[in-house]
Ligand binder design. Structure first.
Ligand code: FES
Length: 324
């Protein structure tokens, strides 16, 4: 927890190649040798099979060893597995109505405030899982989220987050794929105000440094990633509160139809960071399976922890551990 290593794009490609070699029967990584010889075996293996290791790349590999264990690399960086497939592209961001796992449109005024469940939809492509949050205060009253300028610490550039939508302007949507190394729910999840205390037990363990950062930023709730401790401010465009990430979570722009109370995902901001692991927000490795009625997925799947469809069997297996 709290290791300050950062995955640069080129290191991401390097890691992808490394994992391919590790899995390839012809060049398979020898776990027993690794157990005997430790990190030098990994360094030598990586140099021989993939390419030279500079100091930064060594510390990246060392960070993986310390943080998650090299044998768990593939599962801890789940998005990497997508890179083995050719990407598909969208010309424009689609407008898609957000529905629940039964296919019924979500009604904004019925969305639970400060819901600690894993509430996700996919946008704009398959696998681009996104949190849907109705933000509220400590008494679970909805709170309007104003527009704000978000800084990307990695390069110092900024972009505008347009704020919340819905009857109270309190509903926001952020990528649920951590910008550090790509951990996904349940590792990364929303901490509503009642969970915003230092310590606690997993999955509601908040390191003191994350708690202090939230206090300093006056954030009554946070999104925190248990993998290595990145913390994001959902009140201010999912800006970075604590590293190791240097990139905020991208947001999905929402439209609230006042007449029907329905919510639509409409687009993403191309000035914001790209969804972790994707070549572009408009490119991924599969179109939404919701476009294909044969798959059994609803049109625009929204899974509320307890009722995931087969598309989210992984989440189903891991269970929803965050219900109040
Ligand atoms: S993947 Fe490392 S902090 Fe989230």
């Amino acid at each position: 927890m709290g290791r300050h290593f950062v995955l640069k794009r080129e290191d991401f490609v390097f890691a992808t190649r490394l994992i391919r070699r590790m899995k390839d029967p012809k060049t398979r990584f020898d776990e027993r040798k690794f157990a005997e010889k430790g990190r030098d075996y990994l360094y030598n293996y990586a140099e021989e099979k993939v390419g030279p290791l500079d100091k930064g790349r060594r510390s990246f590999l060392k960070g993986i060893l310390i943080g998650i264990g090299v044998l768990a690399v593939a599962s801890a960086v789940p998005v990497i597995s997508y890179l083995n497939q050719p990407p598909v592209y969208l010309k424009n961001f689609p407008w898609i109505i957000i529905v629940d796992s039964d296919g019924n449109p979500i009604e904004a005024s019925k969305l639970t405030v400060n819901d600690p469940s894993i509430l996700l939809f996919q946008y704009p492509m398959e696998g681009d899982i996104t949190f849907l949050l109705n933000m509220g205060d400590a008494n679970d009253n909805p709170v309007s989220i104003p527009p704000t300028t978000v800084v990307i610490p990695e390069n110092g550039t900024t972009y505008t987050f347009p704020g919340g939508v819905g009857p109270n302007k309190s509903i926001v949507a952020y990528s649920a794929i951590c910008q550090h190394l790509g951990c996904q729910p349940p590792e990364i999840h929303f901490y509503p105000p009642k969970y915003l205390t230092p310590g606690g037990t997993v999955p509601n363990f908040l390191p003191p440094v994350a708690y202090q950062a939230a206090q300093s930023a006056n954030a009554a709730s946070v999104i925190h990633c248990d993998c290595h401790g990145s913390t994001y401010d959902p009140w201010r465009g999912a800006a970075v509160l604590t590293g190791p990430t240097l990139r905020p979570l991208p947001y999905v722009e929402l439209y609230w139809d006042q007449d029907t109370d329905y919510l639509y995902a409409t687009e993403m901001n191309l000035k914001a960071p790209v969804i972790m692991g994707q070549p572009s927000d408009l490119a991924s490795f599969a179109y939404l399976s919701s476009f294909n009625e044969q798959t059994g997925c609803p049109k625009m799947l929204l899974s509320k922890g307890q009722t995931p469809s087969e598309c989210y069997s992984k989440l189903n297996n891991e269970g929803n551990t965050f219900s109040s």
